[in-house]
Design a protein around this ligand. Structure first.
Ligand SMILES: Cc1cc2nc3c(=O)[nH]c(=O)nc-3n(C[C@H](O)[C@H](O)[C@H](O)COP(=O)(O)OP(=O)(O)OC[C@H]3O[C@@H](n4cnc5c(N)ncnc54)[C@H](O)[C@@H]3O)c2cc1C
Length: 408
C-alpha cells in the first residue's frame, strides 16, 4: 500500500487536530493521504487544551511524544474552588495519574499541538496538505469518492474521512441529521503572558472556580510561560456561531455575584474569544460505504471532560489500525472502526453533559457536590479508568516516559 499521494489517496476533509492526526496515522501504515482544508492555513486559534493520559499513549504510537513534551506543561493537581465563597472544595493530585495510567496528564496551547502534528505530516511524502480547499459536495460512485471544492476543483480518492468538525459538510452528506444542539453554554477564552497574571495565582495546577451556572478555569501553558483562562456561563443570547470576539460586559454581569478573587481575575483580560458550545446525542453509525466521520464530525461533545480532541486522536489511531488489519477494504474497515468506537465516544458525550451540571450546580445540589467530591478525595480520588485506562480497540502501549518537568 505505499504509493505517492497523487495515486488514489484517502481524502481527509478538514485539517484540524482530527484531520491531521488521521493523515499522520494513515501515513504511518503506508497509506497515501490528501488533506483538504478550507482555511488558508493549517492553524488553530483558541487557547489551551487538556490532554489526558489516554491521548499521551496515542502520541507514543504516532511518534509524537518528544515533540509534545517539549511544548506541554504538566500540572501537579486539579483544585476545585467554590466560586461563590472562594473556599477550596477539593484538591486532586493529577501528577500521580502517571503511576496508574503509564502516561502523564498535560496541558498545551492548541497552536503548539497542531504545529507538532503538522510538522510530522509535512515530513511524510505520503501526505499532501492542501489549504484553501473548502469541500462543498461529495459523490461516492462505489469505486471511489469524488469531492468538489468551492473554487470548482475536483479531487478523487479511494475513500473519504470527514474530519470537518461540528458543522460538518460530510456528516450532512451521509447522515443529514440537521444542526448540532446549541447547549446555551458559552465559553470565553484568553491566554496571557505569565508576567501579567497575579503572582498569588501563578499556581502549577489547574484551578476550577465552580459557581451557579458559571465556571472559570485557569492553568499554566507552554512550560509556564503563559496562562490560560476559560470562562463558561449559561446564556440564551446566542443561537449558534463559532469563534468570534466575546463581550466583556456580559461576562462581568454574569460573574457579578461571584467571590472577589474571581472578579479580579476576570478583569486581567481585555480581549476574549467566544465559543457557543454545542453537541449532539450519540449515534451508532457514522459511515456509509467509502465515507466515514471522525472527531467532532462524528461525535461532538461539550468540553466538560476535556476530551473532544483526545477522542479525535484515538479515533485516528483506531481507524488506521482497522484499515491496515483489513488490507485496504475501506467499507469493511469503516464499519469495524465505528463499531469499535461508538460506545466509548457516546459515554464521553453523555458524561460531559453530566460534568457540566456538576460544575454549574447551585443551592442544595452545590452543597451535595462539594460533600461528595470531598468524600471521594478522602477515599483516594475518583476512579477515571473508564476514560484514561487502556481501551480494547486501541493498541497497547507499555509506557510513555515520565515528563519529569517542574512547572513554574
Ligand atoms: C471551550 C472548549 C474547550 C475545549 N477543551 C478541550 C480539552 O481541554 N481537551 C480536548 O481534548 N478537547 C477539548 N475541546 C474539544 C476540541 O476542541 C475538539 O473536540 C477538537 O478540536 C475537534 O477536532 P476536529 O479536528 O474533529 O474538529 P475541528 O477542530 O473543528 O477541525 C475541523 C477542521 O475542518 C475544517 N473544515 C470544516 N468544514 C470544511 C470543509 N467543508 N472543507 C474543508 N475543511 C473544512 C475546519 O476549518 C477545521 O480546520 C474543547 C472545545 C471547546 C469549545
Amino acid at each position: 500500500m505505499s504509493e505517492s499521494p497523487s495515486a488514489n489517496p484517502v481524502l481527509v476533509v478538514g485539517g484540524g487536530i482530527g484531520g491531521l492526526t488521521t493523515a499522520l496515522a494513515l501515513s504511518r501504515k503506508g497509506i497515501p493521504v490528501r488533506v483538504l482544508e478550507q482555511a488558508a492555513e493549517f492553524k488553530e486559534i483558541g487557547a489551551g487544551i487538556q490532554l489526558g493520559p489516554n491521548v499521551f499513549r496515542m502520541f507514543e504510537l504516532l511518534g509524537l511524544t518528544e515533540a509534545i513534551f517539549h511544548w506541554a506543561a504538566f500540572p501537579d493537581a486539579l483544585e476545585m474552588r467554590d466560586a461563590m465563597t472562594g473556599e477550596t472544595v477539593v484538591e486532586m493530585r493529577i501528577d500521580t495519574l502517571y503511576d496508574r495510567y503509564r502516561a502523564p496528564y498535560g496541558v498545551i496551547h492548541r497552536a503548539d499541538l497542531l504545529n507538532q502534528i503538522h510538522n510530522a505530516c509535512d515530513a511524510s511524502n505520503l501526505i499532501e496538505l492542501l489549504p484553501s480547499r473548502k469541500v462543498v459536495s461529495i459523490e461516492d460512485n462505489g469505486y471511489n469518492v469524488t469531492v468538489h471544492t468551492e473554487t470548482g476543483e475536483t479531487f478523487k480518492g479511494a475513500a473519504l474521512v470527514g474530519c470537518d468538525g461540528l458543522w460538518s459538510t460530510v456528516r450532512a452528506h451521509i447522515i443529514n441529521d440537521g444542526k448540532p444542539i446549541v447547549s446555551g453554554h458559552i465559553a470565553y477564552r484568553a491566554v496571557l503572558p505569565t508576567a501579567e497574571w497575579p503572582k498569588e495565582y501563578r499556581l502549577p495546577r489547574m484551578v476550577v472556580w465552580a459557581g451557579n451556572k458559571t465556571h472559570l478555569v485557569h492553568y499554566p501553558l507552554r512550560r509556564g510561560e503563559l496562562f490560560n483562562l476559560v470562562v463558561v456561563f449559561h446564556s440564551d443570547r446566542y443561537q449558534e456561531g463559532w469563534d468570534s470576539y466575546g463581550d466583556p460586559t456580559e461576562l462581568h454581569e454574569r460573574f457579578a455575584e461571584k467571590c472577589e478573587p474571581v472578579r479580579t481575575l476576570l478583569k486581567k483580560v481585555d480581549s476574549w474569544r467566544m465559543w457557543v458550545l454545542c453537541d449532539r446525542p450519540p449515534i451508532k453509525h457514522w459511515s456509509k460505504e467509502r465515507i466515514t466521520l471522525l472527531g467532532d464530525a462524528a461525535h461532538p461533545m461539550l468540553q466538560y471532560l476535556a476530551q473532544g480532541a483526545c477522542m479525535a486522536i484515538e479515533d485516528a489511531v483506531c481507524l488506521a489500525d482497522q484499515i491496515e488489519a483489513i488490507g485496504g477494504d475501506y467499507r469493511t474497515a469503516f464499519k469495524r472502526y465505528e463499531e469499535l468506537r461508538y460506545l466509548r465516544t457516546a459515554r464521553v458525550q453523555i458524561m460531559a453533559r453530566v460534568y457540566g451540571e456538576v460544575y454549574h450546580a447551585n443551592n442544595v445540589v452545590r452543597e451535595l457536590r462539594n460533600k461528595v467530591l470531598r468524600e471521594w478525595a478522602a477515599q483516594g480520588g475518583i476512579d477515571m479508568s473508564w476514560l484514561y485506562g487502556d481501551q480494547p480497540e486501541l493498541p497497547h502501549v507499555n509506557k510513555v516516559r515520565h515528563p519529569q518537568t517542574a512547572l513554574l
